[in-house]
Design a protein around this ligand. Structure first.
Ligand code: AMP
Length: 116
């Protein structure tokens, strides 16, 4: 069974793809939480951060380097931005295909919701 993100990567369903190479694909989030909200996704289906192995070191590094490149391309590098990966239930993960959120274009507020 392939994930919704695999279908985007393979071109089976449409998305606003902003970057693609042999290891990762980046596209705009369908429900953006900031003026810039891009998801950077390994082409290979890795469900969560928990599933990364030593063999994934280059793809894991590529996620960050592509985020850096896209932040510059989107004009948000100097003001700053937030990079976020949700993992499993407590992390609030909805799609079980590892992805790095690149969020910016406005102040992103506190790092996590305050509880009291
Ligand atoms: P997470 O909660 O970290 O798993 O985030 C999943 C993200 O995927 C959410 O921000 C969704 O808005 C986004 N998303 C889900 N389906 C699509 C899609 N077809 N195209 C683009 N983004 C999507």
């Amino acid at each position: 069974m392939s994930t919704i993100f695999s279908k985007i990567i393979n071109g089976e369903i449409p998305a606003d793809i902003v970057y693609q190479d042999e290891l990762v694909t980046a596209f705009r989030d369908i429900n953006p939480q900031a003026p810039v909200h891009i998801l950077i996704v390994p082409n290979k289906e890795i469900p969560t951060v928990n599933d990364l192995t030593q063999a994934d070191e280059s793809v894991a590094g590529r996620l960050l380097l592509v985020a850096q490149k896209l932040a510059a391309q989107e004009g948000i590098a100097s003001d700053g931005y937030r990079l976020m990966i949700n993992c499993n239930r407590h992390g609030g993960q909805e799609v079980y295909h590892l992805h790095l959120h690149l969020l910016g274009g406005r102040p992103m507020g506190p790092m996590v919701q305050r509880t009291g």
